[in-house]
Design a protein around this ligand. Structure first.
Ligand SMILES: [Zn+2]
Length: 131
């Protein structure tokens, strides 16, 4: 069964379907609109890859800096920055894309990011309360 890799639609007209490349694998999309949305997202992603790495390194260095002062705030910072980075650069795997489609996979990644951030806040509040 073919599912559209962008919107996750399950019944696809084989005549209208096209293939796109994602992480080295071929995926079908159901229509031109999905193909265009996919390509737009991928272009944006490729342009921001350097910034992504830069942010990862910077937040890791800040994390180490804060850890020398306070482990709890270090952890809080780490969770919040990981959450923010996933929120802006939702990463997906070909496996989840096959099941959900890329659009939903990205949404799921963003939900997980928000949960990580909420967890970080609850965790650090809980620790500062027990002190
Ligand atoms: Zn589609």
């Amino acid at each position: 069964m073919l599912i559209c890799m962008w919107c996750g639609k399950k019944e696809m007209d084989i005549k209208e379907s096209q293939m796109v490349k994602f992480k080295g694998e071929q995926f079908p999309v159901c229509c031109n609109e999905c193909k265009e949305k996919y390509e737009k997202t991928m272009n944006k992603k490729n342009n921001s890859r350097k910034l992504y790495l830069f942010l990862l390194i910077i937040s890791f260095l800040i994390f180490i800096g804060i850890c020398t002062v306070s482990g709890v705030y270090g952890l809080l910072f780490l969770l919040e920055s990981v959450g923010l980075i996933i929120l802006f650069y939702p990463n997906t795997t070909p496996q989840t894309v096959k099941v959900l489609g890329l659009e939903k996979s990205r949404r799921v990644a963003k939900i997980i990011a928000v949960m990580i951030m909420i967890f970080g806040i609850i965790f650090s509040v809980a620790i500062s309360l027990t002190k």
